[in-house]
Design a protein around this ligand. Structure first.
Ligand code: GLY
Length: 365
């Protein structure tokens, strides 16, 4: 197996490495020691990841905080406070570090804790899901939900390093695995035709979780995500393209009461964006069918669940946290790997509600 390193030049700080290798986990205690030197470490994980054995080797090099039950139900400030207090109880100081081992929820909370502990300590991400390996471990977004909205409180806190062991994906259940691949398809759509063709040609091997193919996918993802984040780390403009398919997707995810996984809702959102592009004259049915064919390989229903109404979606869209004057902006593409950028160099656009409505109508189950 090969080990791959991607450098991410950041505007406001230095760079960090993303290392990708099947089986990397067992070498991590030494690699992390070399990277951070001798310091106290808090490993933050969840009970699923712990029970899968993914922290067995790492737990030898630090204290362990296990989030239980896993998932969004614990993604609140009180969990972050528990992490911070456990670190204080262990007399960890400014020379300590946090290592997040898990999916997006673990990474978001551990990253947020790292950003505020003693005014900031390093965070190392060891993502173990298709979503976190493709997306959330790279780019420095951290946060927790409030009782009112998702990711209401947080900070940008870039990792000291990201270590991706694709072998950890072997324990992921098929639904989670497939849903996370939607972020990979999104990355290919917004910036890399070669990647999109690679996904089309290798999707069966990917679904069989072949290590070499998964390493290649991780490298493609890292390159796409890091190139966008490095030009716009704080999502002022260009980074908004990473929300491709997410505007309608987030609304559907919320309307489903999170019964749909994030990637499943985003898959429907990508179909929505494709319909909007056709309505605006920047897309075409051939591209939509091509994207749909690849998404279909993931066995994700591409229709809005029948119990969700159009009014619910409109209402959620108007309350989207990125809304301006009660209506969100949409990231769109003109072709695979060709972002729709307007004359003012804006990478996200106001789409008339009636046009979004056409997409929602066509997606109704
Ligand atoms: N997941 C979108 C972003 O990191 O900006």
């Amino acid at each position: 197996m090969k080990s791959l390193t991607v450098q991410i030049p950041l505007i406001e700080s230095s760079s960090y490495d993303i290392k990708i290798k099947a089986g990397l986990l067992k070498d991590l205690p030494k690699i992390i020691e070399d990277k951070l030197g001798v310091c106290s470490k808090m490993i933050v994980t969840d009970s699923n990841v712990k029970n899968s054995g993914h922290i067995d080797s790492l737990s030898l090099c630090g204290e362990v905080f296990v989030i239980d039950p896993p998932g969004e139900c614990n993604k609140y400030m009180h969990t972050v406070v528990e992490i911070l207090e456990q670190m204080e109880q262990k007399t960890m100081g400014r020379d300590s570090a946090i290592i997040a081992v898990g999916g997006g929820t673990v990474g978001d909370m551990a990253g947020f804790a790292a950003s505020i502990f003693k005014r900031g300590v390093p965070i190392i991400h060891v993502p173990t899901t298709t979503v976190s390996q493709a997306d959330s471990s790279i780019g420095g977004k951290t946060g927790v939900d409030s009782s009112i909205s998702k990711n209401a409180y947080g900070a940008f806190w870039h990792p000291a390093a990201v270590f991706i062991d694709v072998e950890t994906l072997k324990t992921l259940d098929q639904r989670q695995f497939n849903a996370g691949l939607v972020e990979s398809i999104k990355h290919a759509l917004i910036s890399d035709l070669t990647y999109f063709e690679y996904l089309e040609d290798n999707i069966d091997t990917i679904l069989n979780r072949d290590n070499a193919t998964l390493e290649e996918v991780a490298l493609f993802n890292s390159k796409v995500k890091s190139s966008i984040v490095s030009i716009d780390p704080k999502e002022k403009n260009q980074r908004r393209i990473l929300n491709y398919g997410h505007t309608i997707g987030h609304a559907i995810e919320s309307a489903s009461n999170f019964e749909l996984l994030h990637g499943e809702a985003v898959a429907i959102g990508i179909m929505g964006a494709s319909i909007i592009e056709i309505e605006l004259g920047i897309g075409n049915i051939q591209r939509l069918e091509r994207v749909k064919k690849l998404l279909n390989k993931l066995s994700i229903p591409l229709k809005i669940p029948a119990n969700i109404t159009k009014e619910q979606i409109y209402s959620l869209l108007s309350r989207d946290k990125k809304s301006v004057n009660g209506w969100p902006k949409f990231a769109l593409i003109e072709d695979i790997a060709k972002v729709h950028i307007d004359a003012d160099n804006q990478w996200a656009h106001r789409v008339d509600p009636s046009v979004a409505g056409i997409a929602i109508d066509q997606l109704m189950g």
